[in-house]
Design a protein around this ligand. Sequence first.
Ligand code: PLP
Length: 461
Amino acid sequence: MSTQNLRHLPSVEKVLTALGELDSPPRPTVVALVRDHVENMREELLAGAAPLPFGQAVERIRETILAFARQRIQPVINGTGIMIHTNLGRSPIQKGVMDAVSAVAGGYSNLELDLNTGERGSRGAFLERNLATLCKAEAATVVNNCASALVLILRELANGERNEVIIGRNQLVEIGGGFRVPEIMETSGARLREVGATNKVSVDDYRNAISEKTAMILRVHRSNFYMEGFVEEPTTAELVALAREFGLPIVEDLGSGAMVATDQLAPLDHEPTTAEVLADDVDLVCVSGDKLFGGPQAGIIAGKRELIATLKKNPFFRALRCDKMVLTALQESACAYLDASHSGATPDLPLIAMLTADRYLLKERAAKIIEATGNHPSIRCGDGTARCGGGTMPKSEIPSVTIDIAPMAEQSSLPQLMKKLRDGTPPVIGYVTENVLKLDLRTIPTELDSVLSDALKDALN
Ligand SMILES: *Cc1c(COP(=O)(O)O)cnc(C)c1O
């Protein structure tokens, strides 16, 4: 123990004065962080560490506070070309939708008031009817996300003596962010009854697993990977026929939530829509609100009226209910889809604008952005490949246009340049291939072009 060393321990007040005013985080948090730091320094000094000069200690503390401040959730420029990027908040939400959210959330609303009678009303009744229309379902409802939709369905349909859920071994998938179908099923109290092999599952595999303990058949969409080669599996229609034969419910976790034919928008695979799955007479289908649907984080459940009604009566439903902001955002997004389909147009949602953006126009934007940087010698226009991301259509690649930055050796290294761009306001996120930093314009909205050229100038000069 070298208590002697403690002479060199700066006081919290002295450090705070030396730090001066910081824009973020709020002062009480700065004070708490400095206290933690000084406490750590005390322990290090007691353990015999060499004392740091005061100025150096302050600079070290300043860096950790600034690094902490950068964790504040804020807008970033997504130059990755990945449209539904889970690390970057998945789907952007349409501006008009956000205006409606802001109006509802910033004041009072008829969330649970029936304006026709003046009595208590049902939360989301308007939304549910519109979602059902959009999904071509008898009924629909909404919970926090697709994972909780699946848990709710399993808790309601698979419990007690009949709690076995039959699922093909080719669908025991991990969706990302630690969402593993087998684990989710276990937390709900359901028992997994796996059938078939990883690559081959037949209708008879399902049939042979049915017993008096069977609660339901579950299909999980392989959204984030694909299988090729010696593979075989029953069609949805075949499994529906089997479920009917035994009077069992059949549910599909579809995940990605495409509401329009993706293959007609862009050179993409066809992602099954909720309407298609329900046309095969599946009882319930659940999807995410913030993937291809292009809305807020939510889990949309659509299907048979009776089943939706029982789900809504489950006590657990209350624990998963969405707030007014999410419900409003979903409501306005669903209406945008329905209005567009009525007039034969593509819905005006940011995700769809990105998917359909014309490459020629992206090239023009690239030229203007580069010109605005003063035709910086390190910057060129390049080709790129955009992707859906968010665990959807992993095979689909959309040809795109990039701003390519190859810093000259004496300027800075690529990792340094990326850090500089991340440190800017707003932060800019790109990707590296073959020693070039690429910023894909497909995922960058046009109105940010001048912000982007300014960020590039700042980072390169
Ligand atoms: C993404 C996905 C989920 C998880 O959805 P969240 O809304 O993030 O909970 C579940 N199932 C499938 C098939 C998915 O693709």
